[in-house]
Design a protein around this ligand. Structure first.
Ligand SMILES: *Cc1c(COP(=O)(O)O)cnc(C)c1O
Length: 355
C-alpha cells in the first residue's frame, strides 16, 4: 500500500532527493568513492557547498551582504549561539511555543530577556498580535512556524530592532523578505534535508558588536571566514540539501512551494471544518500551512485510538499529535503531495460515515 509520510520531523523529502543522496553514498559522482569517505576539502566536494549556498541565495532572493552557513548542532545550538553573538544587554522574545521558550531560556544566560508577548495562556493556539517591541533591545527573536502547535506567522513583520527568526519548519515554503531579518536559522530535518545540518542566513555587518569573548566554534565570524569549512561539516546532509534545493528550483522555486502549501492546507483545513467529528486546535488566523493540528470533538474523544488505527491502516504515517496538543497532526512540508492530503481527507470522511 502507498504510504503518505506526515511526520513532523525528520520528515518527508522528495523521492529523487533520497535516491540521489543514496547514490552519492555508493559512488560520489563517478569517483569510485563514497561521499562518506572523501575529504570535505576534496576538489569535488567544495562545489557542493558552493552550489548549495548559491541556490539558497537565489531561491530566497537573499540580498548582498548576507552569508549562508551550514553548521552542526541543530536549531537548538542556535538558541545559544545567537545570544552569544548578539546579546549585549537585553533581548526581546516572542513566545509562541516550546521551541520559542527553549530559545528564550538560553538567552537568559547572556543578559536580560523581555518577553514581548506569549500565547501560553491558551496552550499556544495563536500567534500574539499588537505587542510592543522595546527599541532599546539588541534584537527581537521569533519562531515563524510552531511545529508542535500548528501555528504560523506566515509574513515578514517590521521590527525597529534586528529581527532573528527560527524558521526550522517553514523555510523554503514561501518567499521571504530576507532584508527584514538579521538572522534566519533552522534545523534542516523539517523542510530542507535529512537531520545533521543547520542552516544560518546571517547579515555580515551585524556581527562583532558584543563585548564578550566568543569561543571559536560558537562565533559566526569563524564560519563566515571559512565558508562553513572551519571544521569537518556534515557532508551527506549538505549534499541532500543541495539535491533538495535543486528540486525546489526545478519545480518552480519558493513561489510554487507557497502555492502548493496553500492548496494542501486548504484541502485539509476545509475537511476539518466540515467534518462533524473533528475540530482544529489553532485559531483560524494563526493556522500553519506546514503542520495541521486537529482533535476529535469532545463528544467523540474516545474514538482517538480508533481513528489513528484506521488512518494508519490506510497508509497515513505520523499523524499522531504531539503529546502537548494531543489528537492529530498532519505535517505537510514541500514534498507532501496534494494526493497525500486527499488520501487523509478520504480517511476522515470514511471515519465520519462509520460513526
Ligand atoms: C524541530 C525544531 C527545533 C529543534 O531543532 P533541532 O535541529 O532538533 O535542534 C527548533 N525549532 C523549531 C521551530 C523546530 O521545529
Amino acid at each position: 500500500m502507498k504510504k503518505y509520510n506526515f511526520n513532523a520531523g525528520p520528515s518527508i523529502l522528495p523521492r529523487e532527493v533520497i535516491e540521489q543522496t543514496a547514490q552519492a553514498c555508493l559512488d560520489f559522482e563517478g569517483s569510485g568513492l563514497s561521499l562518506m569517505e572523501i575529504s570535505h576539502r576534496a576538489k569535488n566536494f567544495q562545489p557542493v557547498v558552493d552550489e548549495a549556498v548559491a541556490l539558497f541565495k537565489e531561491l530566497l532572493d537573499i540580498p548582498e551582504g548576507y552569508s549562508v552557513l551550514f553548521l552542526g548542532g541543530g536549531a537548538s545550538l542556535q538558541f545559544c549561539m545567537l545570544p552569544y553573538n548578539f546579546l549585549e544587554k537585553k533581548a526581546a522574545y516572542l513566545n509562541t511555543g516550546v521551541w520559542a521558550t527553549k530559545a528564550e531560556k538560553e538567552a537568559k544566560l547572556f543578559g536580560e530577556v523581555v518577553e514581548v508577548a506569549s500565547s501560553k495562556d491558551r496552550n499556544f493556539t495563536y500567534i500574539p498580535k499588537d505587542f510592543t517591541i522595546p527599541a532599546d533591545a539588541d534584537y527581537l527573536h521569533i519562531t515563524t512556524n510552531n511545529t508542535i502547535y500548528g501555528t504560523e506567522l506566515r509574513k515578514d513583520i517590521d521590527s525597529p530592532i534586528p529581527l532573528m527568526a527560527d524558521m526550522s519548519s517553514d523555510i523554503l515554503s514561501r518567499p521571504v523578505d530576507v532584508s527584514k531579518y538579521t538572522v534566519i536559522y533552522g534545523g534542516a530535518q523539517k523542510n530542507l534535508s535529512m537531520a545533521g545540518v543547520t542552516f544560518v542566513i546571517i547579515k555580515n555587518d551585524a556581527l562583532g558588536k558584543v563585548s564578550r569573548q566568543i569561543p571559536t566554534m560558537l562565533n559566526y565570524e569563524t564560519h563566515i571566514k571559512k565558508g562553513s569549512m572551519f571544521n569537518t561539516p556534515p557532508v551527506v546532509p549538505i549534499y541532500s540539501a543541495l539535491m533538495n534545493l535543486r528540486y525546489i528550483k526545478a519545480n518552480g522555486g519558493v513561489a510554487a512551494m507557497d502555492a502548493l502549501a496553500k492548496q494542501r492546507a486548504d484541502i485539509v483545513y476545509s475537511e476539518i471544518d466540515r467534518n462533524r467529528l473533528f475540530v482544529g486546535t489553532a485559531e483560524e488566523d494563526s493556522r500553519s500551512l506546514m503542520n495541521i493540528t486537529f482533535v476529535l470533538k469532545e463528544e467523540y474523544k474516545d474514538l482517538q485510538d480508533e481513528f489513528l488505527a484506521y488512518a494508519t491502516s490506510q497508509g497515513m504515517v505520523g499523524v499522531k499529535g504531539h503529546r502537548d496538543v494531543g489528537g492529530f497532526r498532519a505535517s505537510c512540508y514541500n514534498a507532501m503531495s496534494v494526493e497525500g492530503c486527499e488520501a487523509l481527507v478520504k480517511c476522515m470522511k470514511e471515519f465520519e460515515a462509520k460513526h
